[in-house]
Design a binder for this molecule. Structure first.
Ligand SMILES: Cc1cc2nc3c(=O)[nH]c(=O)nc-3n(C[C@H](O)[C@H](O)[C@H](O)COP(=O)(O)OP(=O)(O)OC[C@H]3O[C@@H](n4cnc5c(N)ncnc54)[C@H](O)[C@@H]3O)c2cc1C
Length: 312
């Protein structure tokens, strides 16, 4: 860890902690942790998420719903996740909510049975397509990048109603994007939330930010050929530069969107929506929040102080 700054050391430690089952169990038992987690999620139940999505919709902001959980270890669990999301898609449609669903492939059983995971993904994409919605595939750690992109390509060959996240911190991402562009893809560009080796991902934030901006410009330049970019970021300077670039390129209004996380920069979400930028908020819910919450703390180690402060 030589040469790490305080912030990147805190990030590394928090991301390592995200793998600790012992710590997960300890924290899950503490009520003050539940209070702190509530900053980033409206509640553990789908009903809480749907209520938050309804409130956001009233302010002109769409939602992406995702049930927390990853790396599940049995077919039965994976099937239950698929069935849960089928129910979510139906509830969203029934309530006429401007909401979509985002899934992690390891939550659909990728580690257990790849063929069954693919079948479940196809079922979900088809149901989203029936509703005219997009089914999102999150990008997990880099060991899953190849398989995630391969499954995205397969689904995209069948329907446009599917999108995938690309991570700007990965050195490989410009090459991945080049191969995806001919498919007229729907892409959520994010900086990347996992602990990766320097050989795989840029360790310096300024390099990640620079690569994000270059990739964003490529995505915007391809909107006229059917690429649908979503910028999943809270970096307001970056969003300003992306909007300026879109204006320069005369990208059609609504040809790109900005997505943020529930509870982060809520005022700016509303301001962007009021300025005519389509905005969606990713709402997480469910009981398996530990690894996910550690990643949120790692994104802004100052958030750890929210946890400490909520102790008193
Ligand atoms: C809609 C959406 C989907 C995502 N999907 C994925 C995915 O599939 N795979 C993946 O690896 N990652 C995903 N991420 C997470 C992403 O990779 C980043 O870790 C996260 O968005 C933080 O980076 P940033 O772009 O906001 O920029 P940063 O430069 O990290 O942050 C910009 C500003 O926002 C503030 N900020 C950022 N995060 C937080 C936070 N948690 N709490 C408080 N303030 C914060 C920072 O303090 C800073 O001021 C997703 C993020 C979003 C918004």
């Amino acid at each position: 860890m030589e040469g790490l700054t305080g912030v990147s050391l805190a990030r590394t430690l928090l991301l390592r902690a995200s793998h600790s089952a012992w710590l997960a169990e300890q924290l899950r038992r503490r009520r003050f942790v539940h209070r702190a987690v509530r900053r980033f999620m409206p509640g553990e139940d789908l009903a809480d998420a749907l209520r938050a999505a309804t409130d956001l919709a009233a302010g002109g902001i769409g939602s992406i719903l995702t049930q927390l959980g990853e790396n599940i270890t049995s077919r039965a669990e994976a099937d239950a996740v698929r069935d849960h999301y089928l129910g979510v898609l139906d509830q969203v449609r029934g309530r006429k909510l401007p909401a979509q669903v985002s899934v992690k492939l390891t939550q659909l059983g990728l580690d257990v049975d790849r063929a069954a995971c693919e079948a479940s993904l196809r079922t979900l994409v088809a149901r989203a397509a029936e509703h005219g919605a997009t089914l999102w595939i999150d990008m997990e750690d880099s060991t899953y990048a190849d398989v995630t992109l391969a499954l995205f390509r397969k689904m995209r060959a069948e329907t446009p109603h599917v999108g995938v996240a690309l991570q700007a911190y990965l050195r490989r991402t410009p090459a991945d994007l080049e191969t995806l562009l001919p498919l007229a893809p729907t892409i959520r560009l994010v900086k990347g939330a996992y602990n990766e080796a320097p050989s795989v991902a840029f360790p310096q934030k300024r390099d990640v930010d620079a690569q994000y901006e270059t990739l964003a410009a490529t995505l915007l330049a391809n909107t006229a050929r059917g690429t649908r970019p979503v910028f999943g970021t809270h970096d307001l300077g970056l969003i300003t530069r992306i909007r300026a670039r879109a204006a320069e390129l005369r990208a059609a209004p609504g040809s790109y969107e900005v997505h943020m996380l529930y509870g982060v920069r809520a005022a700016e979400q509303r301001a962007l929506a009021a300025a005519g930028v389509p905005v969606k908020v990713l709402i997480s819910y469910g009981r398996a929040w530990f690894a996910w919450y550690m990643r949120r703390l790692a994104e802004r180690p100052a958030n750890v102080w929210f946890v400490v402060r909520s102790l008193f």
